[in-house]
Design a protein around this ligand. Sequence first.
Ligand SMILES: Cc1cc2nc3c(=O)[nH]c(=O)nc-3n(C[C@H](O)[C@H](O)[C@H](O)COP(=O)(O)O)c2cc1C
Length: 374
Amino acid sequence: MPDFYQLTRPLLFRIDPERAHSMTIKAMKAGLSPPGKTLKDPILEQTIWGLRFPNPLGMAAGFDKNAEVIGPTFGLGFGFVEAGTVTPKPQHGNPKPRLFRDPVNEAVINRMGFSGHGMNAFKANLEKFLAGKTSGGSSRPPGVIGINIGMNKSQKDPAKDYGVLIRMLGPMADYLTINISSPNTPGLRDLQAKEPLTELLGAMMEERKKSCGNHPPPLLVKLAPDMEEEQRGEIAATLLNAKVDGIILTNTTLARPEGLPARFASQPGGLSGKPLKDMSTQAIKSFYRLTKGKIPIIGVGGISSGRDAYDKIKAGASLLQLYSALVFKGPTVAHSINEELLMLLKADGHGNIADAIGTGVGLNKKSSKAANGS
Ligand SMILES: Cc1cc2nc3c(=O)[nH]c(=O)nc-3n(C[C@H](O)[C@H](O)[C@H](O)COP(=O)(O)O)c2cc1C
């Protein structure tokens, strides 16, 4: 039977996508988000980087760029929330329209360009939430909070922006993600090359040590799906050398797989949703192999069912995220995915999700057991 969201979706999809998103954020801020359900089961729980994840599914970056609705997002059943991408200064991003959906293929193209209110507003919102003052919030977050950081369009020296963000926001984050993979900030993806990446990571590790005291948050790097195996090999070696704590795979793609309507596919920007699914799973497999499972991976890209989630876990992801499926499946999506994933794990006889990580890759498990980062 179609749920309420499936019935109202045609109406909602008559609204401009960016407007629909702002309305959603406003409604969530006002405490009007539909009641979600949270699945609790020890099979889905893990401790990674010393952080307890009540379930493996997180809200991906880009949904809550200004850290305005962290509490209500947990309320939808996510085990963790990654707010951002936040930049030091506020910026408008690219001209509108810049967000497009294709309901038939359950795909999204965006060229937002890191639009947001900047780090001061972000920090104030997060402080308010952590102090338990937001509507419906509590003083103890029910899951893990990640902060995804990026540079302003006008910045010529990336290390300056990432550095100030680590200084300002690092002490408040459960984990930090260095985003060098959004396709809509000119030059950003160039940081995914050996030399600039080595330099940037070295400086950021140093900054984290200086700014975050005795409890430095894990530092993760978010990568694009659009790269050859050789580049992946170089990056994997660089991440291992730099002792990065985690990898997020993947951001949106610049590719346009066959079958998308021409009017949609011709929009410049990053593609997400179902057509990204297999590309992202391949990238996870590849990095899992290249790093011998030694760096925990957060798998993201086209997850919209428990089966999709399970495929990414088997490919080597320790945790998962989604964004586009929320647009097409509605607010119950996290709960349904967790429910189906739990069923699949049980059917394969796994006592905990950690036992299934990388089982589809064929690495020697003994040498790769560090995938839980503990
Ligand atoms: C509208 C939109 C905005 C996004 N903004 C960001 C962002 O600011 N930072 C980021 O790292 N990823 C951003 N992403 C990428 C998502 O976090 C995710 O990596 C990607 O969409 C693939 O997941 P999905 O197929 O489940 O959507 C954005 C995605 C969408 C659809």
